[in-house]
Design a protein around this ligand. Structure first.
Ligand SMILES: C[S@@+](CC[C@H](N)C(=O)[O-])C[C@H]1O[C@@H](n2cnc3c(N)ncnc32)[C@H](O)[C@@H]1O
Length: 255
């Protein structure tokens, strides 16, 4: 039976291969090898901290900011729907969770990040999700790279601003945010490290409360925008301890 079964199976396999043209077989073989290499790269790039966002399609058991990422998306999605967003750019996109979610809704999105490990993981995630409407961009946002950024309906600036303040100082970070807003057609989503961040980040004192200070700061920096508070969402501080951060939508008012 085994011999008979084995013979039948190998005959079927030969017929199957005879029906597939060699170039398609090559493509399939290439994909298998690519997948294996991507998987090794992915595991290496996830060291030592693991993956930050729970991106669909990646073999990750638990992302570091899984809860706060899912809850932010749940708060953002109705705004995106309501405003009829048709294009988006995520600055500091990490491994591409938000662009992939947007692309899944048919909204083409740019995922920009300065860390090559994140860029590689985002590229793999886009491929594994079979998406052809996400552009993964390897770039550090700075005053001299700003001109490379497109204008889109929706700009996502999540947990990036405190890094800009730390790297470039408050005034430059404010200038960069102002310029990102200028490239925003309908809505900008924003959150940041607040008073849980260590002093060496150089963040301003957010008084009377981070919610009030940030709301006022966004209102002043994003002229013609209306600031909506979208709740507080789980995050972690520089030492990895749990905290939460306010999420805002700045919505461009019709002029
Ligand atoms: C704390 S993570 C936040 C990731 C994501 N935006 C979120 O909230 O889920 C900050 C991300 O911004 C990226 N980043 C930091 N400075 C950047 C810069 N100047 N330009 C582009 N990306 C930057 C980091 O590589 C990292 O992926």
């Amino acid at each position: 039976m085994d011999r008979l079964g084995g013979t039948q199976a190998s005959t079927r396999a030969v017929r199957f291969h005879q029906r597939i043209p060699p170039h398609r077989l090559m493509r399939r073989a290439r994909r298998v090898v690519d997948d294996a290499i991507d998987l090794v790269r992915l595991r290496l790039d996830a060291l030592p901290d693991g993956i930050y966002q729970p991106v669909p399609g990646l073999p990750v058991r638990k992302a570091k900011r899984a809860v706060g990422t899912g809850s932010r998306w749940a708060a953002m999605e109705p705004v995106i729907e309501r405003l009829g967003v048709e294009s988006a750019m995520d600055v500091g996109a990490n491994v591409g969770y938000f662009p992939i979610k947007l692309a899944g809704r048919g909204i083409p999105a740019v995922a920009l990040d300065s860390d090559p490990k994140n860029v590689r993981t985002a590229t793999t995630a886009v491929r594994r999700n079979h998406l052809d409407n996400v552009a993964v961009m390897s770039l550090e946002l700075r005053a001299d790279t700003l001109a490379l950024l497109p204008t889109t309906d929706c700009t996502i600036v999540l947990s990036l601003w405190h890094h800009l303040v730390r790297a470039e100082g408050f005034d430059t970070a404010t200038h960069l945010l102002h310029e990102l807003w200028a490239r925003t057609g309908k809505v900008m989503f924003f959150d940041t490290g607040e008073d849980e961040m260590p002093e060496w980040f150089g963040l301003p004192r957010m008084v009377p409360t981070p919610d009030a200070w940030l709301s006022d700061y966004l209102q002043k920096t994003c002229a013609g925008g209306r600031v909506e508070h979208l709740g507080r969402h789980r995050a972690f501080d520089a030492a990895g301890l749990p905290t939460d951060r306010a999420l805002f939508a700045v919505i461009r008012e019709p002029s």
